[in-house]
Design a protein around this ligand. Sequence first.
Ligand SMILES: *Cc1c(COP(=O)(O)O)cnc(C)c1O
Length: 368
Amino acid sequence: MGRAVNLRIPGPTPCPDDVLEAVGGPMMNHRGPEFADIIKRVTEGLNWVFGVSTDVLTITASGTGGLEAAVVNTLSPGDRVLAVSIGVFGNRLASIAETYGAEVERYELEWGAAADPDEVARRLDADPSIKAVLVTHNETSTGVTNPLEAIGAVVRERGPLLIVDGVSSVSSIPCPAERWGVDVLVSGSQKGWMVPPGLAFLWLSERAWEACETATMPRFYFDLSRARSSLESAQTPWTPALSIFYGLDKAFESIRAEGLEGIYSRHHAVAQYTRDRVRAMGLELFAQDERFASDTVTAVRWPDDADGLAIAKRAREEFGVVLGGGQQSLRGKIFRVGHLGYFTQEDIAAALDVVERLLAETPARATV
Ligand SMILES: *Cc1c(COP(=O)(O)O)cnc(C)c1O
């Protein structure tokens, strides 16, 4: 693809040249007719990918801003919330809710595991006052995808709102919000959408919009009722990251050409290739159960005696292969390979070739 660097972190991800060109386009009046055309086209594209019949909102923020908006618009201080966490991003979503005064019960799993829908059901049955369930669809820190459709079914049966972090899943793996009973779905531009960081996308169900009317957590910039009413006149309440809008408008041409089925099957096939290749190299996947291994990012354990940090450094400096590291307690224990958005199997093969070569060449870490 003519890139000097093989950027294999799970976001920001590489952007196609035509997207980067579009991003460099001239500024325009964000309250004028040209931008109105862009936001209408982009919103139509987002609605299609999210699988929804009402408009997805676009705000200027990274994914975390989208998650904060999801929480503060639908909840009130003191609300009981069940936070399902299987890693760094699940904990982050729980922390956002806590920061704004929700009473958070955590259903935390060992990192590498996926959540059990039956346990979600048990926790909801044990505490009918729970008002919302927070779930990460695809946990980017561990390379695990939660069984969201099944979780959606048990939550919908019991009534709380289902607030989903789909930042590293939506547009890469199926996540049809309406069909799966999701109430708030959030994604971010720099993951599977093939554009730079700067925009977050949010969709709210009718029930979620009703919750907004009584929710009392403080909000101003992230007040989604303003975003919704601005969108009626094809605008945003505040100055948007215009450049990223240009890029996304361009990226939708490729997304439409490949089609959702094509995109999902490319992600699945290359993820399967990645997992097979890693195992053939004698390495172990971090995901405990391969049925829940992510199709957008693969997390792999470094062998006990390998100096993973040194290998990753050599991969970057000598071969231009930038791997994702382990976050927090996983630092030096795993590496992650992003395969989402704009990539081919050759990009992944090239990165794994380098890992294989360096594993053979780099001296083992002194073990005590
Ligand atoms: C990347 C990511 C986020 C958002 O991170 P930002 O740096 O704020 O864009 C949130 N959740 C998941 C699962 C992610 O992968």
